[in-house]
Design a binder for this molecule. Sequence first.
Ligand SMILES: [Zn+2]
Length: 162
Amino acid sequence: MDVGSKNNAFLPLTAATVQEMPLSSSQPSAEYLKWLDRAKPGAVQAKSSDRFEIPEFRSSAMKMKTNLMNFREVSQALNRDMRHMYKYFMKALATSGSIHEDYVVLKGKFSRAQLSEVLKNYVEQYVVCPVCRRPDTVIMKEGEFYFLICDACGARSPVKRV
Ligand SMILES: [Zn+2]
């Protein structure tokens, strides 16, 4: 894993990539500044959340349904209960659906972009520790309340019930 990410970090420095950079205008574009920021050594370490990659859904939309084929896999990768995530998705997309052993079918057609956006919000609210930004957390119920407990820094942050 480490070797792979190191290789990726070198990619923006190749001649081919540099030629693709927007150099035309006198004022550097936002894109260019963003690129510079990313190209800076150490920029990746500065925000630890960047190292955490949110898994992607394999989905197919057919007629009036969307099948999220690897829903269980994604929930496992995030170490979250599949039903918890499913409830969140139904709420966020204001739809209903059905939950199966490995997959979930939602009523309505949803694009990959929509699904990743919802997943991103879910991760933001229910996976990533708001204190240290690490994803090594568990959700615990205490009485009426839910808390996100962080394994990495020990923070206990209240979370909303889905
Ligand atoms: Zn933490």
